[in-house]
Design a protein around this ligand. Structure first.
Ligand code: 1PW
Length: 214
């Protein structure tokens, strides 16, 4: 069953991440940020308790969009061109945040880490038993990824928010891709694309020693 025209569907979000990877394994920032915009809509549909989570993501998406639509937009067409440009122009704070607190490289790194969480979470949801608790899947995937970069107070608030997550079946339905079974199939098709975006980014950042940008 296809989602009604105009209705939000997680399928479109995931296909934005698919469109983000070119044949030359470049990551196009336009589709990447479109994917994130959709994810935020999805997070907001989970209720107000998730707005503190989406707020920071929105702020970071906005920073990236202003680069992508700004004077140097050519340099921000792909992740690869952004990294090359910002590094060559000395626009990245490497030791501590000072002159360039909101570089594209450090801002995107935060979204990249969050994408890992999303990937693990959706993979957990896809493979879990029907009666598994979504809050447990979400907490486990958070602890295995993003939590390592968050101070205690954020970890605590996030874990509390997760308790408000709906059941696995309700969650699969909110995705608006059909029955829970159809949603599981869609996730199986779509998740490799998120993995691929994540893997390319991780490799590029590792190559340039950017994985710990302050
Ligand atoms: C249901 C599964 C949802 C996955 C969606 C991922 C959204 C991730 C946003 C988490 C934000 C938590 C609160 C903000 C923390 C910021 O301090 C932190 N930002 C992120 C994205 O980790 C670090 O940013 P900063 O302070 O270095 O600018």
């Amino acid at each position: 069953m296809a989602a009604a025209a105009g209705a939000f569907s997680l399928r479109e979000v995931l296909s934005a991440f698919q469109a983000a990877v070119t044949e030359r394994r470049e990551v196009l920032l336009g589709p990447y940020l479109r994917g994130w915009r959709g994810l935020v809509r999805f997070l907001n549909s989970l209720g107000a308790i998730f707005s503190f989570i989406s707020k920071d993501a929105v702020a970071k998406i906005q920073i990236m969009e202003s680069y992508c639509g700004g004077e140097r937009q050519e340099e921000y067409r792909t992740l690869q061109s952004m990294v090359a440009y910002e590094l060559a122009s000395g626009l990245v704070d490497i030791q501590r945040r000072s002159e360039h607190p909101d570089s594209g490289c450090r801002t995107l790194l935060r979204l990249h880490r969050a994408l890992r969480w999303l990937q693990l979470f959706l993979e957990g949801l896809r493979t879990a038993q029907e009666d598994s608790k979504t809050s447990t899947i979400c907490t486990d995937s958070y602890n295995a990824s993003l939590a390592a970069y968050h101070p205690w107070v954020i970890r605590k608030a996030a874990t509390v928010a997760f308790c408000a997550l709906p059941s696995r079946n309700a969650f699969l339905e909110i995705m608006n891709v059909g029955t829970p079974e159809e949603a599981v199939v869609m996730l199986g098709d779509a998740l490799p694309h998120i993995s691929s975006v994540y893997g390319i980014t991780e490799e590029l950042y590792a190559q340039h020693k950017l994985l710990n940008l302050p």
